[in-house]
Design a protein around this ligand. Structure first.
Ligand code: DGL
Length: 263
């Protein structure tokens, strides 16, 4: 039994999709979440900048004596996970590997699609990791930069969102993929629209769920799971936007308050 909290962070509110999975799958854990709402989005920033921001966030989370840090952000996980792991005294888990393992497991044909931010797709990390697990895999990638603002403005359904999604997804669907990695914190919220376009035969891989299962295994293996009755959650944001509470309700399904923090 280890009651120390788990630190989870993201460039903004999107990482609450991971917190949601932690609440469901690891309900005894104490969570400290930080969303870097003052500096979001990360998806169009350089590796150097994203690494610097992430190190500042990790230094903040370490003040809570966390036992594990989960990088909910796909962009951070793609650009600088090894650098963060190297400089951090506790394990740091990213979303890429868990998502990749799940996608390879789900794919019968080994034709896998990946969608993400510009930075995630340009890094090629998903593609390389999939190929490292399954040499013969074919990977079709597509950056979908309009998806994050669509979600943040709650355009989760409707004709325009459907049209944009069709435009993004058509080229990778033409590659006859049978599984699609939703490689961004925001994309699980577009599942309905994406499902309409890809049809029922393509498995959608939600990396937020994959990383939570992976974290559960890591904690169990190292005997670090919290016991019953330990659960709690604290939320921090680098900018207290008026929209935070509203967006949090969409991502998490409940109202929360975030405390403003300056890193
Ligand atoms: N959290 C980012 C990701 O998962 C999306 C938002 C951003 O661009 O910062 O890649």
């Amino acid at each position: 039994m280890d009651k120390r909290p788990i630190g989870i962070f993201d460039s903004g509110v999107g990482g609450l999709t991971v917190v949601d999975k932690f609440f469901r799958l690891l309900p005894n854990e104490r969570i400290v979440y930080l969303g870097d709402t003052a500096r979001v989005p990360y998806g169009n920033k350089s590796k150097e900048t994203v690494t610097r921001f992430s190190k500042e966030i990790i230094a903040f989370l370490l003040r809570f004596k966390v036992k594990l840090i989960v990088v909910a952000c796909n962009t951070v996980s793609s650009l600088c996970l090894p650098a963060l792991q190297k400089s951090c005294p506790v394990p740091v888990l990213g979303v890429i590997k868990p998502g990749v393992l799940e996608a390879v497991r789900a794919s019968r044909t080994r034709r896998i699609g990946v969608i993400g931010t510009q930075a995630t797709i340009l890094s090629g990390v998903y593609k390389n990791e999939i190929k490292a697990v399954s040499k013969k895999a074919f990977v079709a990638q597509k950056a979908c930069p309009l998806f994050v603002p669509l979600v943040e403005n709650m355009w989760l359904n409707g004709e325009i969102t459907l049209k944009i999604a069709r435009q993004y997804l058509s080229p990778i669907l033409a590659e006859r993929i049978d599984s699609l990695v939703l490689g961004c914190t925001h994309y699980p919220l577009l599942k309905n629209v994406i499902r309409k376009i890809v049809g029922k035969n393509v498995t959608l891989v939600d990396s937020s769920e994959a990383v939570t299962k992976y974290a559960g295994l890591l904690l169990a293996n190292r005997k670090l799971l919290a016991g019953a009755g330990s659960a709690s959650a604290r939320f921090f944001a680098t900018d207290a936007q008026a929209s935070f509470a509203e967006l949090a309700r969409v991502f998490l399904g409940k109202k929360i308050k975030a405390k403003k923090v300056i890193l």
